[in-house]
Write a protein that binds this ligand. Structure first.
Ligand code: SAM
Length: 234
């Protein structure tokens, strides 16, 4: 096997500060906005000239948080309840040879501010700090295949999860102005039911936490109902 040396062309600045609760594919939570910040070598407008003609782009990236944990030939896809195994190349699992990921995301703009070039993105499924190794425009005429089918992952994963916010949390969110979509963002993240498969099979109330942007958020799950019980600056 040949060895290649690949280095990042940029990094993602994402509201997702931990792996838990990140959607399992892009575009499931459209409120997830991020910036792709180019490294100094690629921090020039020429590298992206013309990209604004595309509504969506492919990001190729490194699963940097878990890359050192290696891979196995077979994995347990969460959408099969964590019980059935499939070959790693038949899945989008993070633990894979070379630890390379790909996500098609919405391109909302290009920013050049204080000498820093960035792409403004939405609907991402990436952890804060994810190294980006390449960008390519999404080509609907070729990339969108009308006759495609996808076996065990054929449909968008839907849950029946409902989300409620305590009055204190609602008023906290309404009072902050920095993230106008924060309520819908949290709600759509929780509707994906980020719990690991084995927890979904357990009865009784469960309590979870995540950090989005610089907010620590806690919620409780009972059956198919989530209640967001606290939010505070981290
Ligand atoms: N859309 C990509 C793909 O198909 O290659 C990623 C799919 S992977 C199943 C999505 C999960 O990767 C997220 O739910 C999150 O837990 C994890 N993830 C995102 N960024 C990561 C990173 N930089 N390092 C390790 N895991 C990451």
């Amino acid at each position: 096997m040949s060895d290649y040396s690949i280095s990042a062309i940029g990094h993602i600045q994402s509201p997702y500060k931990q792996k838990f609760a990140i959607p399992r594919q892009p575009r499931l939570v459209p409120e997830a906005k991020a910036k792709l910040i180019f490294t100094s070598e690629f921090n020039r407008e020429e590298f992206v000239r013309g990209i604004d003609e595309f509504t969506h782009i492919w990001l190729l990236f490194r699963f940097h948080e878990t890359a050192d944990k290696g891979f196995s030939a077979m994995v347990r896809p969460p959408r099969l309840g964590g019980n059935e195994r499939k070959g790693v190349f038949a899945t989008r699992a993070t633990f894979r040879p070379n630890a390379i990921g790909m996500s098609a995301v919405k391109l909302e703009g290009i920013e050049y501010k204080n000498g820093q070039l960035s792409l403004l993105l939405a609907g991402i499924d990436l952890l804060d700090g994810t190294p980006i190794i390449d960008i390519k425009p999404y080509l609907p005429y070729s990339d969108a295949m009308q006759d495609a089918s996808a076996g065990f992952a054929d449909t968008r994963p839907e849950t029946q999860m409902s989300v409620e916010f305590t009055p204190e949390v609602t008023s906290f969110i309404e009072q902050q102005t920095q993230y106008p979509d924060l309520l819908n963002f949290i709600s759509n993240v929780l509707k994906q039911d980020p719990r690991p498969a084995y927890k979904k099979q357990k009865d009784g109330e469960q309590s979870y936490g995540m950090t989005l942007y610089d907010y620590n958020i806690r919620w409780q799950v009972n059956g198919e109902h989530n209640v967001v019980t606290s939010i505070e600056k981290s």
